[in-house]
Design a protein around this ligand. Sequence first.
Ligand code: UTP
Length: 234
Amino acid sequence: MKKIVISLGGSVLVPSLESNNISRYVSVLKRIAGECRIFIVVGGGGEARRYIRVARELGAGEAAADELGIMVTRLNARLLIAGLGDAAYPRVAETYTEAREFAEAGKIVVMGGITPAQTTDAVSAVLAESVGADLLINATSVNGIYSADPKKDAGAVKHEHLTPQELLDIITGSRMDAGANTVLDIVAGKVIERSGIPLLVLDGRDPENLYRAIVEGAFVGTIVSEESSTPLLS
Ligand code: UTP
C-alpha cells in the first residue's frame, strides 16, 4: 500500500472549535484509509495564534510561545483521533519514531507539532521522509501556491507545477515579507528538496478534494516535484 502524509492546517480542520470540520474529514479519511496508509499532521490554526499572542503579551519568549502552539496542535490532533475512533491509533505521536511504531498497528497515525521554531509543515515533510512516504499533501486554505498573495493581489497567478528548487526560491524570496503568502516554511522546503518526495498543495476547505486527488487522481492545486506529474496520480 502507498504511504501518504497529509498536513492538515488547523484553520482548515478547526476554523473554530464549534464550527469544526472534523466529522467531514473523518468520513473522507476513513474512505482513503481503505486505499493507502495515511499519516496526518494537524496544525494549530487560529486557536494556536490566540494562545501565542496572549503568551507574548504576558512576556513569554518566542520558544515558550511556540511550545504553547505545539500544545494546541496536539489538542487538535487528539480531537481528530476522537472523531476517527477505532480507525486511528489512540495516541498523538510526539516523535517521528513513535509515529513509525504506531503505524505498525495498521491504523491512521495522527501527530501535531514537535519542536519550536517551525510549523507543522516542517513536521509533515520530515515525517514523510522518516516513513518513506510516496506522497506528501498539504491541505490548506488556498488552492495552490501563487506568485503573490491572491487575497491581496488580483494579478496573482497559480503555479500548476514547481520543482523543489523553485519552491525553495519562492520561500526564501518572500521570507522577509511581513504577511507573505508562503504556504510552507523553510524547513519544509529544504526537506522536500532533499527527500525528493512529491508534494501536492490543495484546498482542504472541502475534504472531498483530498479523496479526489488521492483515490481518483483528480487534482486541482500545485504539484511540487522533479517530474510534472506524480506517479500516484497518473
Ligand atoms: P501550525 O503548524 O498550525 O502553524 O503551528 P500555522 O502556520 O499557524 O498553520 P495553520 O494556520 O494551522 O495552517 C502553530 C504554531 O505552533 C508552533 C509555532 O509557533 C506555530 O506557529 N509550532 C508548531 C512549533 O513551534 N513547532 C512545531 O513543530 C509545530
